[in-house]
Design a protein around this ligand. Structure first.
Ligand SMILES: Cc1ncc(COP(=O)(O)O)c(C=O)c1O
Length: 413
């Protein structure tokens, strides 16, 4: 019997991509980065592809907290928060995160992707849903969401799930945002951007973006997945780093990057968060964060707040790495731990990844749909787990790849 048409189409697309080397299997590792990882063939390489910027998932206190919660509560709540899954530990994590981010209230979700979906669609749709289900006063006007064109897929998913008009503004372009908001004056408006862009590593230009939002009465939602724990002397993220902490009304954070765990968080005022808990599907219709993850995040947050020297180590490594690249004539975007080295095609990015693995360094290749087809790259992430020797070793390896693949120099000058 032949495959149904839809699946046959997938088979055709699969074979076309596979023939061109565009569907490489995911590299398997037997261990998690310490920063060393062991591959199945026994090779040990230094990983430069973890978002675990502070190495917190290897800290004894964090693991001990997770194990204790696992022993006490088991490994999952098996329910959503409202239907029995509201373990006290989860509320404790929410109040710790709210205090850390200096926001009135916090709502955690099972992943960061869900936090963005819950935040974006919830903020846009909750009052309409309240009106439909409970007869509360109808909000005036159809909402619009205007997001940076480089926004993470989960932000777009939240926008798409909502009933709002969806518009993109040019990357970090406050003037373009200003015009788009002016054209929608008087409507409920949400603007979304990222603190640190996940693929390019550059920062949102928050002060002018906030000026424009405030001028038009638009709410700004900042996805600070990669800023949390990394930026700001207190580690509270990009708003703190850029001196605008009190001006960002809505934030998303992930527990999966600098906090070294799993899960997401939405931060805002109490009434907004209460509405999201009731009407956001990314929160309401899925099981809650597992107890051991909540306990690990609570322990990790303490370290983030009490050991600023970890951030000093991270930033020392970042500066050393970026200075070494610059010395070689390579000037990747951003100023932080996410360092993109563009190569163009996915085949060249895969070739660079393979060469670096052979040299003992794992820097993962990124291809569409994560980045545009002509902008495939290796995405390097520096962490506090690395030493200067690791960084120097990677710089040497990159210099060899640069000699073998001229596009690397051409695209990163
Ligand atoms: C900017 C950004 N937001 C959200 C997410 C989703 O986070 P998580 O991996 O915790 O689901 C990611 C991770 O890929 C991200 O890079």
């Amino acid at each position: 019997m032949s495959a149904p048409t839809l699946l046959a189409d997938l088979h055709t697309a699969h074979d076309w991509l596979a023939e061109r080397g565009i569907l490489p299997p995911e590299q398997r590792s037997e261990t998690l980065p310490t920063p060393y990882v062991r591959f199945p063939d026994g090779r040990s390489v230094v990983s430069f592809c973890s978002n675990n910027y502070l190495g917190l998932n290897h800290r004894t206190e964090v693991k001990a907290a997770a194990v204790a919660a696992l022993r006490e509560h088991s490994h999952a709540t098996s329910e959503s928060r409202r239907l029995g899954g509201n373990l006290a530990l989860l509320e404790r994590l929410e109040s710790d995160l709210a205090a850390f981010k200096n926001r009135p209230a916090c709502m955690i979700t099972a992943t960061g992707l869900l936090a963005n979906i819950a935040a974006v669609h919830g903020v846009l749709d909750a009052s309409g849903l309240a009106s439909r289900w409970h007869g509360s006063p109808r909000a005036a006007g159809i909402p619009a969401v205007i997001y940076d064109e480089h926004s993470h897929r989960s932000i777009r998913m939240g926008a798409r799930q909502s009933s709002a008009e969806r518009v993109r503004f040019r990357h970090n372009d406050a003037d373009h945002l200003d015009r788009l908001l002016a054209a929608r004056s008087g409507r409920p408006l949400l603007v979304v951007t990222e603190g640190v862009f996940s693929m390019d590593g550059d920062l949102a230009d928050l002060p002018p973006l906030l000026d424009v939002c405030e001028g038009h009465g638009a709410a700004l939602l900042l996805d600070d997945a990669h800023g949390t724990g990394v930026y700001g002397t207190d580690g509270a993220g990009t708003p703190s780093h850029l001196g605008v902490a009190g001006r960002v009304p809505l934030q998303v954070a992930t527990l999966s990057k600098a906090l070294g765990g799993m899960g997401g968080a939405v931060l805002g005022d109490e009434r907004v968060i209460a509405m999201l808990r009731t009407f956001s599907s990314g929160y309401r219709f899925t099981s809650s964060l597992p107890p051991e993850q909540a306990a690990a995040a609570i322990a990790a947050l303490i370290i983030v707040q009490t050991e600023p020297e970890l951030r000093d180590t991270l930033w020392g490594n970042i500066r050393h790495f970026r200075a070494g690249l610059s010395h070689m004539g390579l000037h990747p975007m951003g100023d932080g731990p996410i360092v993109p080295l563009r190569l163009g095609t996915s085949q060249l990015a895969a070739k660079a990844e393979a060469m670096l693995i052979d040299a003992g360094y794992w820097c993962v290749a990124v291809a569409p749909p994560a980045v545009p087809p002509d902008s495939c790259r290796i995405r390097i992430t520096v962490s506090a787990m690395h030493t200067k020797d690791h960084v120097d070793g990677l710089l040497n390896a990159i210099s060899e790849v640069t000699a073998a693949i001229p596009e690397l120099r051409r695209m990163n000058q």
